[in-house]
Design a protein around this ligand. Sequence first.
Ligand SMILES: NC(=O)c1ccc[n+]([C@@H]2O[C@H](COP(=O)([O-])OP(=O)(O)OC[C@H]3O[C@@H](n4cnc5c(N)ncnc54)[C@H](O)[C@@H]3O)[C@@H](O)[C@H]2O)c1
Length: 434
Amino acid sequence: MVPPTASATTTTSTGAVPAAGSAGRQALDTALFQLGQAAEHLGLDDGLHRMLATPRRSLTVSVPVRREDGRMDVVQGYRVQHNVSRGPAKGGIRFHPDTDLSEVTALAMWMTWKCALVGIPYGGANGGVGVDPATLTTRELERVTRRYVNEILPLIGPDQDIPAPDVGTDEQTMAWIMDTYSVNAGYSVPGVVTGKPTILGGSLGRAGATARGVQIATMAALGDRDPAGVTVAVQGFGKVGAPAARYLADARCRVVAVSDATGAITDRAGLDVAAVRAHVAEAGGVAGYPRADALSHADLLGLDVGVLVPAALEGVLTAETAQKVRARLVVEGANGPTTPAADDVLADAGVTVVPDILANAGGVIVSYLEWVQNMQAYTWSAGEVEVKLRDLMEQAYAEVGALAADEGLTLRRAAHAIGVSRVAEAHRLRGLYP
Ligand SMILES: NC(=O)c1ccc[n+]([C@@H]2O[C@H](COP(=O)([O-])OP(=O)(O)OC[C@H]3O[C@@H](n4cnc5c(N)ncnc54)[C@H](O)[C@@H]3O)[C@@H](O)[C@H]2O)c1
């Protein structure tokens, strides 16, 4: 088996290998480890394993930005297309100070397996800018977005690579991306991004789609168990975590704790998720919500709950923090929240983990539906979108569950085995050019 190391080692714009131990490097190590496990399970030959461990295209760009006080800053941007064997590249754009090429590469690789797993005709991509959007004015943010898009323009397009929102970006960011691309093309190209405002061709149901998928995956994992009163803790109260808390409460679960970058709050009787969201809209975060107790970020992970939903960033469940987890079910709203060492700890403790590439696939499923509508210049009702989302999520869950049961695998190993095998098969059928 190929050691999953150097082939996917990436360099920064200065040519430096990202610092060992950076969050991004750890995410990439996790992604390569998972690929290695799948390659071994599937008996992939070394050459194909090496190809799948290596991104197809990686672009690092400088993004100069004029600040309001006249100063010029320069930040780094990235776009990585991991694999395009099954269709155009697809994946989010993240604005976060820690974003680096390694992180983007890991996220792009996970997107490849996710799209294959849920059976949508895309390869995997991801991009980002190493900037904290909270430190920018709206006009600065728009300038960063437009300049970044201008720099990655040769890579993206509705038939090539279709960005979507991720951490630190939203519908407005997607609208600026669509406009920048369209102005350069000379006509409107709604299909170049998904997660747009509906007035620009965004799909009904896209905003809450990832969270809806988290709810569907949670219900599937609970199986025959009555969700009424099942307690839930959600780490991260953003575009995924906040609506996931709401959908799980709608399913009669009791959401007893949520957190975001500002803090964590708990109420054993159950939080009023709508009231917490109203507080966040006003105060900028969950901290200070008056009808709950504060707790530490670390304590939220160790709460005695039925379901833990990590929905913030990568690498939060490590060998150390996983030992504190008392939930019986972990449903990964975030990408890459669990390290391989933590996976072992959780498996040994009998905790079921619904892996990211399955649990949070609702977002890319409805992104795909949005793109199909754009390419046809047609719109579907919210009900039509909901039915297609549910069908694809439930089918993927059933396939993963069946393989896991048949072969005695964790859900993560089964999900990766399915995703990687479909991409490997696409390569075999297409052959190697020239
Ligand atoms: N947006 C999507 O459609 C989508 C789809 C699939 C997967 N994801 C993944 O879901 C995760 C969250 O993405 P998002 O779009 O909701 O981003 P977001 O920026 O909307 O929200 C992130 C949330 O995490 C919180 N957070 C940051 N650091 C934290 C910490 N240390 N402890 C607790 N909370 C913390 C932030 O305050 C914020 O509430 C990411 O891993 C992303 O890749 C997102």
